[in-house]
Design a binder for this molecule. Structure first.
Ligand SMILES: Nc1ncnc2c1ncn2[C@@H]1O[C@H](COP(=O)(O)OP(=O)(O)OP(=O)(O)O)[C@@H](O)[C@H]1O
Length: 312
């Protein structure tokens, strides 16, 4: 059987990983990813993202629990999974004297039914860099080459460990577009990232890992639901916090004042923002530096790190 009885391409149940030193890096995590879904693993440094992805890639055996990729144990049944999976590790490590095209050709030799190298390089925007030596590539271009190699076998499932680290804003957006196009064509994608915006933009569902456990999971909207929005501004000269309408009446659920900067938290963004603006208009003052932000993944992430006593 190809995919498990629930139709999940990736299924992880109570997964554990213990290193030789006895350190438990992954402490019983459970999640699944469906065909054609992008799933992001987020987390603080050392949360266990890479340790988890390596188990999914079959590079190590779990200390406990179960992992299935395309219905197979990726470690014990490596030969059944590997040809159908594309892997982009955090550190590629290619021979630096080879050119981009030579590297892709060498890699294609290890892949059954590889797509043409030119096509893979064009997908990641390296088509014109084919004759450049790997050592002459920028950090971002190496990252793209990593991705091209992961795509050579036209994988059904793609593991991307921090795929856009080192890319500039344009490169990051190009990669997002490519990953979305692959997803739309039916590829299942599991990625780790440090960029919350990346997860917000790309992920259909995500999990935030903290100290080897899942601290929050769901769609980006589900994970951010319940987080407060933020409003900040500078108090007009000569004004004090007490001159504003009572904060409770504005729907504010928390506030702090730093010099003349006021930061408010609210779960009723429209009511709070309207109340403030109506007050400012009536008092004929300007709220300098006014910044209004709806609840974001960043808020959820920082909240988890704070609650669990981590400096984020
Ligand atoms: N080979 C190893 N031996 C012992 N401990 C390890 C080993 N590799 C990782 N660890 C520890 O396991 C924990 C999880 O590491 P991991 O690399 O999975 O985290 P991560 O979430 O990917 O972190 P980052 O965001 O910094 O890449 C860390 O505390 C790390 O120090």
């Amino acid at each position: 059987m190809d995919i498990n009885e629930h139709g999940h391409v990736i299924e992880v149940t109570d997964l554990r990983r213990v290193y030789g030193s006895g350190f438990e890096a992954v402490r019983g995590i459970t999640f699944s990813v469906d065909r054609g879904e992008i799933f992001a693993l987020l987390g603080t440094n050392g949360a266990g993202k890479t340790s988890t992805v390596e188990l999914l890639e079959g590079l190590a055996r779990p200390a406990g629990g179960r992992v299935r990729v395309l219905g197979h144990d990726p470690h014990a049944e490596r030969t059944a999974v590997r040809p159908r999976a594309g892997v982009m590790l955090q550190e590629g490590g290619f021979p630096s004297e080879l050119t981009v095209a030579e590297t892709a050709r060498m890699w294609a030799g290890c892949v059954s039914r590889a797509r043409p190298e030119k096509e893979a390089l064009a997908l990641v925007g390296l088509g014109r860099r084919a004759d450049v030596r790997v050592k002459q590539l920028s950090g971002g271009e190496r990252r793209r080459l990593d991705l091209a190699l992961a795509l050579l076998g036209e994988p059904e499932v793609l593991f991307l460990d921090e795929p856009t680290t080192g890319l500039d804003a344009e490169g990051r957006r190009d990669t997002w577009e490519l990953v979305r196009a692959l997803r739309d064509a039916g590829t299942t994608v599991l990625l780790t990232t440090h960029y919350l915006e990346e997860a917000e933009q790309l992920a259909d569902r995500l999990a935030i890992l903290h100290e080897g456990r899942i601290a929050a999971t769901g769609t980006p909207a589900e994970v951010t639901a319940g987080q407060p929005s933020r409003i900040s501004f500078r108090l007009p000269v000569g004004y004090f916090l007490g001159d504003l309408p009572p904060l409770g009446e504005l729907g504010v659920c928390g506030h702090e004042v730093d010099g003349d900067v006021v930061r408010l938290r609210t779960r009723e963004l429209q009511r709070t923002a309207t109340g403030l603006l109506v007050w400012a208009e009536g008092a004929r003052v300007e709220l300098r530096g006014l910044d209004v932000r709806s609840a974001s993944l960043e808020e959820a992430f920082l909240g988890i790190a704070r609650e669990q006593g981590v400096a984020a």
